[in-house]
Each structure stands twice: as C-alpha cells, then as structure tokens.
Design a binder for this molecule. Sequence first.
Ligand code: AHM
Ligand code: MG
Length: 334
Amino acid sequence: MSRIVTLDEFILHNENLQTSSTGKLTKVLRDIGVAAKIVNREVNKAGLVNILGIEGSSNSSGDMVQKLDIFSNEKMIACLSNSGEVAAIVSEENEELIHLPKVKTIKPTYLVAMDPLDGSSNIDVNVSVGTIFGIYQITDPEADITDKSFLQKGCEVIAGGYVLYGTSTMLVYTTGNGVNGFTLDPSIGEFCLSHPNIKIPSRGNYYSVNQGYYLKFDVEMRRYIDYCNDLNLRLRYIGSMVSDVHRMLFQGGIFLYPNTRKYPHGKLRLLYECIPMSMVVEQAGGKAINCQLERILDISPINIHQRATIVIGSPDMVDEMENFVKRYSLSEIT
Ligand code: AHM
Ligand code: MG
C-alpha cells in the first residue's frame, strides 16, 4: 500500500526543500486548507440544514440563515487571520479590501485575493462549486496596504489554487513549481496527495463556453465556436469556472468566457478568478490568454475587482484558437 501524504506534510516537506524558505507561506497554505475543510462541511450539509437560501431569510426553526457564499467568505477570512502573515484580503464578496488584525508582533508578508465560493448560481441546485485563491507578496513592507498593493501582474503571484467541492473535494495549488492535487478523505478529515505533478493534455475533446450567449459574442469568437463544432468537440459547461477548468486540466480541452454585450470586458474577475486559475493551468503546461490574445499573467491590473475575458486550457488548443482569431481578423480587414 502506498504511503498517504497529507497536505500539511507535503507543504512542510516542500518548505524544507527550499533553503530560503521562511515557513510563512506554509502557514497561509495550511490556513487555506483548514478553511476549505470547514466550507466543505457546510457545502455537504447545506441541503440538510437549510442554509442554501437567501441571506436574511429564516430556516424551519425560525433562525436567520446565512447564505453559503457569505459563510465561506467569513470562514476564509477567519482562517486567514490566524497566522498573522496575511495583511489584507480582496474578496469577491466585499467591495472594499479587508485589513486583517495584527497577530502579536508578526509583520505580515502576504496579501490574498479570493473568490470564497465561485459558481454561486449552482449552490441552490447541488452542483459543484469552488473556492479560488491567489497569494500575493507585499512588495513594499513600509507602505500602507491599499488597493494598489494588490495591483500586481499574475506572473508575480506567489501561489494560486482552488478547492473544488464536487463528488470528492479537491484542493489543487501551485507555488510556481508544478501543480499538485489533494483529495479530502472524509474518514480522516485530511487532504491527501492524490494527483502529484499534474500535467494538462496538449489537447482534448472538450470545449467549454456558455453557448447560450453565442449571438452576443464577437464574430471571430462565433466562428471559432463553429470550428469547435466542426471538429465534433464535445461541449461541457457547468457554469462554475472551477469545475469547468478542472475538467480541462485533467481531460484536456479549452474553456472560454469571452466578452458579451452585457460584459464588454468579460465577466470573470482578473485578480481572484483568472489569475489563480491561469497560474495553475500554466504550471501544468497549459496556456491562458484573453480575447485580445494577451497572456493573462502579463496583464497589469488597474483595479481590484477588474473583469477579464479568458481562453484557458490545453496548450495546442489555446494556440489554435489564437491563430484562428488572428487569421479571421486578418481576413476581415482585407
Ligand atoms: P460568480 O463568482 O458570481 O459565481 O460568477 C462566476 C461564475 C463562474 O464560475 C462561471 O464560469 C461563470 O460565472 C458562469 O457565468 P454564466 O452564467 O454567465 O455563464
Ligand atoms: Mg466567482
């Protein structure tokens, strides 16, 4: 029987491999692991205890219920406050950045951008949702932490990952040295290394896009989707980015969220959706660009809740989409 490696053991082992390691990132990753277990517990029992509803509504016993995405936000913030290593959080659930209280005399090193429960439209129907996180370094330790502190390119991010609350719960993350996946074993309450050194297939049989918006996409995007159909690629769209990208990571394929009339700059958020997912996919050998064909990790953010278009997945398929759009744009001009 192969030996079980828990998330904590894995993080510590990797820390020991790096001579320059301070152990600070280890603490933050472990706190995210703890938060993920708490959120997982609530996601799993949500149907039973009636916390699926709208925040402020009351449950069968007349108690006020809390919406699951608000619950996840609070638990993530609480867990990330433990170590003292995180100075502030940007969350999809909060318009303003959240400053965390100091812990003893610890001088924080990191900032965290997160979507505590992505795919929230799926919560009420028992379909997979996820948590996405990106860990940023504080670049100027003497300066006050403001929105500007978070406006770093994705290629400068220290770690990124996600938790998928699906048929199994998985935590997948990278610190820029490959991607590893851990599955929660409910019997021992631990994330165990189940998918070491994940590599995305160079292409796959799936494409993932909200095809209901077809007529709202730019013409080159429509033509590319027609091309996917011509290739007989199979369409899979859960409407939960974590789940849809997770499928591409393991089975190969391409996920797209282009601009529409409603979302002229794309719907997904750059700091806490596109950048961490792109970091994971690139570290697994994949690619991620926006519809202007810029690498997601090279975009300079201009505000903390900025949206971006995204095309992410198997490297050959993202290249093909890029070439397709370039060729199509050229033929439009001539
Ligand atoms: P959310 O953070 O409000 O849940 O929105 C993000 C989600 C993504 O998980 C998913 O890819 C997308 O929204 C689905 O949007 P749409 O319903 O427009 O296809
Ligand atoms: Mg989201």
